[in-house]
Ligand binder design. Structure first.
Ligand code: FAD
Length: 493
């Protein structure tokens, strides 16, 4: 049979390419999308809801954010000519189905670097390649690709400051790419409906108090508002939970609604033209550096997902304390700053960084409960729950992580409250039963004289719990537990 070369060539040019969206839910600065569009072929954007198969099940609060983010992405894509295809099931099976439906020969994607997704994606790419389908992966989520920031001897960094220095010296900011005006798509392909996925809670709608605007437009708006406002005094106000002193970009960054380079560029531009002091922009960029550090560590040391990064810490004699864990989760420990944080988390899906540190320290040190229990609760309840950041920060607090806070440094929840919430605004917002308490006793209501409590309408053990531990005793217990770790280490040496 004779093959008409013109027709074949036309058919090849019309063969679509697939862009597999995952945690890169944006159209600007999206390397996978840009490379797909550069082929000149029609683009089939797909999102596959593949939850709990080979990767960790997404937490409930994150699903709420994902729903909004996918709706925004779908609208942005449809408006440009390329409807988003939604599929639910095993990623590889769904991709293969879509490849069969479209005849696509190339899949473009931005890589996920956490171990489970990384291995799954490598297997998928391998399997598809055997059938002549190319998977082309890019880094769209981090300032630098894990594995590209190495010490002089070629190993991974375990200490943050030199990591950041090398990262910022070496990583080349990619040229910004704007929102494409038109994306040539393919019409008529079958897609699920987001409503059928029921990602958002309805009965009851426990997410009614969640804040933030998921999606790329919301991400850009949050960045612009922060650069025009909080960035100027970031290093001072970022530790005050009652202030709007931080960017609130974490869920936007987690879901890839914004490139981290765009956040860096915006901060640096504001410093360059004198809108904010250079040191403030630098501090913000350093925090974004922690995000990269966390992701690089988890990629390079995959065992830290559920084992202590410093193995001797696996000997820690954690307590089994379901009642203590439940009181912590519910924000009923009797320590106002801890309870305020846990209630902010439950109500809004987000918690201020300073308070995350305080509540995490309380769990692993005052209650001596395994950091993995806290990590799991955060995973379920944070809209920004992120594999690298969550695990790295929990291990940092537990003392078992890379470049971690020493375990023997135990946060005192009372003095932390007095220092960072001196006027009590944060506690009074989230623990309304203490609203009438004078500042002096707000962070330790059990020390207040009976007439002060009576006057404030607080009966301890009735309106508000008595402290579930004695901090001074709990601190000694934590330090004694640490000695077990040291003994295990000595025995190994
Ligand atoms: P900003 O202060 O405006 O910082 C800008 C960005 O830098 C953040 O959005 C975030 O991407 C990054 N960043 C800031 N602080 C850190 C940090 N300590 N480590 C890594 N990256 C950082 N952050 C998450 O995104 N997801 C998590 O699951 C998560 N779990 C945490 C668990 C614990 C126990 C602790 C102590 C911290 C955790 N963090 C986590 C880090 C931090 O609390 C949040 O990133 C920050 O509070 C988000 O608010 P923001 O965007 O206003 O931060």
């Amino acid at each position: 049979m004779e093959i008409d070369p013109v027709t074949t060539e036309t058919a090849r040019r019309d063969t679509p390419v697939i862009v597999w969206f995952r945690r890169d839910l944006r159209l600007a600065d999206n390397p996978a999308l840009n490379h797909a569009m550069a082929t000149g072929r029609p683009v089939v954007p797909v999102y596959i809801h593949d939850d709990g198969g080979r990767v960790r099940r997404t937490g409930a609060a994150s699903l709420w954010w994902l729903d909004g983010s996918l709706r925004a992405l779908a609208a942005d894509l449809a408006g440009r000519g390329a409807p988003l295809i939604l599929r639910c099931g095993d990623s590889e099976a769904e991709l293969r189905r879509l490849i069969a439906e479209t005849g696509a020969e190339t899949v473009f994607l931005n890589r996920l670097f956490e171990p489970e997704a990384w291995t799954r994606d490598a297997d998928i790419a391998h399997g598809l390649k055997a059938e002549g389908v190319d998977c082309r992966g890019f880094n769209g989520s981090l300032l630098a690709r894990p594995g590209s920031v190495l010490t002089g001897s070629g190993g991974p960094y375990k200490v943050f400051t030199p990591f950041l220095k090398t990262l910022l010296a070496g990583a080349e900011p990619p040229p910004p790419t704007p929102l494409p005006a038109i994306i040539p798509g393919v019409q008529g392909l079958a897609s699920d409906s987001l409503d059928d996925w029921a990602l958002k809670p309805t009965r009851p709608d426990w997410a009614a108090g969640f804040a933030g605007l998921p999606g790329e437009a919301g991400a850009i708006a949050a960045l612009e508002a922060f650069v025009a406002g909080g960035l100027r005094t970031y290093s001072r106000d970022r530790d005050i939970p009652a202030a709007s002193g931080t960017s609130r970009l974490s869920p936007h960054l987690h879901f890839g609604e914004l490139s981290p380079w765009r956040a860096v560029a915006a901060a640096r531009a504001a410093a360059a033209d004198g809108r904010v002091p250079g040191a403030e922009a630098g501090k913000f960029v350093a925090e974004l550096g922690w995000r990269d550090f966390s992701a690089h560590l988890l990629h390079q040391f995959p065992a830290m997902a559920d084992r202590a990064f410093r193995p001797d810490y696996d000997a820690m004699p954690w307590r089994d304390d379901p009642a203590g864990l439940a009181a912590w989760q519910a924000g009923r420990t009797g320590f106002p700053i801890v309870d305020a944080g846990m209630r902010q988390l439950w109500t809004t899906g987000w918690m201020h960084n300073r308070v995350r540190m305080i509540v995490a320290s309380f769990l692993v040190k005052d209650l001596l409960i395994d950091w993995r229990a806290g990590e799991r609760w955060f995973w379920e309840t944070l809209v920004d729950a992120d594999p690298g950041n969550n695990i790295q920060n929990w291990q940092w607090i537990a003392g078992s992580g890379a470049d971690a806070a020493p375990y023997f440094r135990v946060f005192n929840p009372v003095t932390q409250g007095e220092k960072f919430d001196a006027d009590g605004r944060y506690v009074r917002t989230w623990v309304p039963e203490l609203r009438q308490m004078p500042d002096r006793w707000l962070h330790a209501p059990w020390t207040a004289p009976p007439e002060i409590l009576r006057h404030a309408g607080v009966r301890l053990g009735h309106h508000y719990p008595r402290p579930i531990v004695d901090h001074a005793e709990a601190r000694l217990r934590a330090l004694e537990a640490l000695r077990t770790v040291s003994r295990a280490r000595d025995a190994d040496d």
